[in-house]
Design a binder for this molecule. Structure first.
Ligand code: FAD
Length: 522
């Protein structure tokens, strides 16, 4: 009891140092309930982890404490303590810190390490449902997508929409959107959620769906952590395939490449996944996304890229199982009829469903062993209207990336379909009419601070150029907005609703301050 008393006093002192939202006073009288205070860490390791992320671009966003919840109600009580305090302190959920711009940080506040909720026995992922009503799984917001995949595969089931990398948290990706080559078919991950549990910025626990507390449901999905912390999501499952035919084709001409991408995503019973990326003359054909080509093929692709300066690789996957094993090759041939990739430059692999979905992890482990994973990542992710993608290729890929290239990428470009996004959700996509739009991911890795600076300047130049040429682009996982006006422009017609929901669910502006939406000068 004496130790707990001392810890509690320490916490009181610590919380007294937490910077209030409005920054006008510096003292607080609030204390956390005794049993919560034991879950706060002030040690250097916890603080250092909570002050860093995958980008390694944000410095000095040090929290005062890190909170390790054992239960969902711990999180509710932490938020309530801040909400009811005379000077509320800021709180950010940290999935796994795979943001690149400090979005999961809380300068002078409290970071909630969501991984502390992670249970070893897997009880926080439950697969439910039936053949007639449909299957789903209830998943803790702290869980990684790889855990969801493993658990659902035990039942022969799997989610339908993915991210390229599976070691991201469910809560973190649902706060953005969760996109990959399946999005054209099933929408982003947020389009495949049936229900969520949220702890709002007032510390209230709320369950929401399209029919219950729907404004919170739509707000939280793609809501950049602004309205509440997701503690459970109910995710749609379907019968899982067992294998994947994984194909890459090389194009010299961008217009032909995008035409074929758009053709593929328009097919009935077409591919399950379509992406694409640039291959530069100096970059390895296999960058961190996956070792795909054999040494011989890689050297052929590289020679072609050297000749042309840059080529485009279209990536397609068709899933199958034992029932379609006999016909899958015929299906692929039919699907590829009429495509205009460079003759002789089609490469095929046949892998398990799990190996395909978990492809980035294999590369991560290789890069980690070489010390190349834990580097700066000045990423720029964009949504581009279809009408501007050819222009974007010329002005950005050709005139900037190809000429000034400072990293091996990857540089992704692939189409998605607007009809698979629910416009009531907070996530923002390009506003142009028409179903197809593109996502571009300039996923740089910078060896050192100097290169990082050059790439950051290049990213800003690209954003300025987009403004100049009138390209109605949107940032995905946005991090370059510095003023309220820029955020208003980003959200467009959704801004007023976004602001209203903030006032309703997090009126003291406690949550996810690292997104820099409502607290520019914090
Ligand atoms: P964090 O970075 O920890 O948090 C992200 C934001 O969400 C923060 O504002 C945080 O406060 C908030 N947050 C975290 N947990 C919760 C919660 N439970 N409730 C409410 N808010 C919460 N994205 C894609 O869409 N597609 C991809 O293919 C893809 N590939 C990636 C590959 C790599 C190698 C990396 C590093 C990232 C990739 N991402 C991709 C980006 C990813 O979606 C975002 O980085 C996201 O931030 C998820 O990371 P995280 O789970 O660690 O969340």
């Amino acid at each position: 009891i004496i130790i707990l008393y001392l810890i509690n006093n320490l916490v009181s002192i610590t919380l007294a140092k937490l910077t209030p939202w409005n920054n006008t006073t510096t003292s607080h009288s609030q204390t956390l309930p005794l049993e919560l205070s034991t879950k706060l860490s002030l040690d250097t390791t916890s603080i250092k982890t909570a002050s860093s992320d995958f980008g390694k671009l944000t410095h000095d966003h040090t929290p005062t404490a890190v909170f390790h919840p054992s239960t969902v109600s711990d999180i509710a009580r932490l938020i309530k303590s801040s909400y009811t305090a005379s000077s509320p302190f800021k709180i950010a959920a940290r999935g796994r810190g795979h943001s690149v711009g400090g979005q999961a940080m809380a300068k002078d506040g409290v970071v909630v390490e969501m991984s502390s909720l992670d249970d070893v026995d897997g009880g926080r992922i439950r697969v439910c449902g039936s053949e007639s009503l449909g299957f789903y799984c209830d998943v803790g917001g702290e869980k990684l997508w790889i855990d969801v995949l493993r658990k659902s595969l035990e039942h022969g089931l799997a989610p339908v929409s993915w991210t390229d990398y599976l070691y991201l948290s469910v809560g973190g990706t649902l706060s953005n959107a969760g996109i990959s080559g399946q999005s054209f078919l099933h929408g982003p991950q947020i389009s495949n959620v049936l229900e969520i549990d949220v702890i709002t910025g007032k510390g209230d626990f709320m369950t929401c769906s399209k029919s219950i507390n729907s404004d919170l449901f739509y707000g939280v999905l793609g809501g950049l952590g602004q309205f509440g912390i997701i503690t459970r999501a109910r995710i749609v499952l379907q019968k899982a395939p067992t294998r994947a035919k994984w194909v890459r084709m090389i194009y010299e001409d961008f217009a032909t490449f995008t035409k074929d991408q758009e053709h593929l995503i328009s097919l009935n019973h077409g591919p399950n996944y379509v992406e694409g990326y640039l291959i530069m003359k100096k970059s390895p054909a296999n960058n961190w996304r996956s070792s795909f080509f054999s040494i011989h093929d890689e050297s052929r692709v590289n020679s072609l890229a050297s000749e042309c300066g840059m080529v485009y690789s279209l990536e397609v996957v068709k899933y199958y199982d034992e029932f379609s094993r006999q016909t899958i090759d015929e299906e692929l041939d039919e699907m590829f009829t009429g495509l205009s990739f460079k003759t002789g430059f089609i490469f095929k692999k046949d892998v398990t469903y799990m190996d395909f979905l978990n492809r980035v992890r294999t590369e991560e482990l290789k890069l980690q062993s070489k010390g190349l994973w834990d580097v700066h990542h000045p990423w720029l992710n964009l949504f581009i209207p279809k009408s501007r993608i050819l222009n974007f290729n010329q002005r950005v890929f050709v005139d900037i990336i190809k000429k000034e290239n400072k990293s091996a990428g990857p540089f992704l470009v692939y189409p998605m379909t607007r009809k698979k996004w629910d416009s009531r959700m907070s996530a923002v996509i390009s506003e142009e009419e028409g179903d197809v739009f593109y996502t571009v991911g300039l996923l740089h890795a910078a060896k050192n601070v100097e290169d990082c600076k050059i790439i950051e300047d290049q990213n800003k130049k690209i954003l300025e150029l987009c403004d100049e040429i009138g390209t109605e682009i949107k940032q995905y996982v946005p991090r370059y907005y510095e003023t309220k006006e820029e955020w208003k422009k980003h959200f467009g017609a959704k801004w007023s609703v976004f602001e209203e929901k903030k006032a309703k669910y997090d009126p003291k502006m406690i949550l996810s301050p690292g997104q820099n939406i409502f607290n520019f000068n914090y």
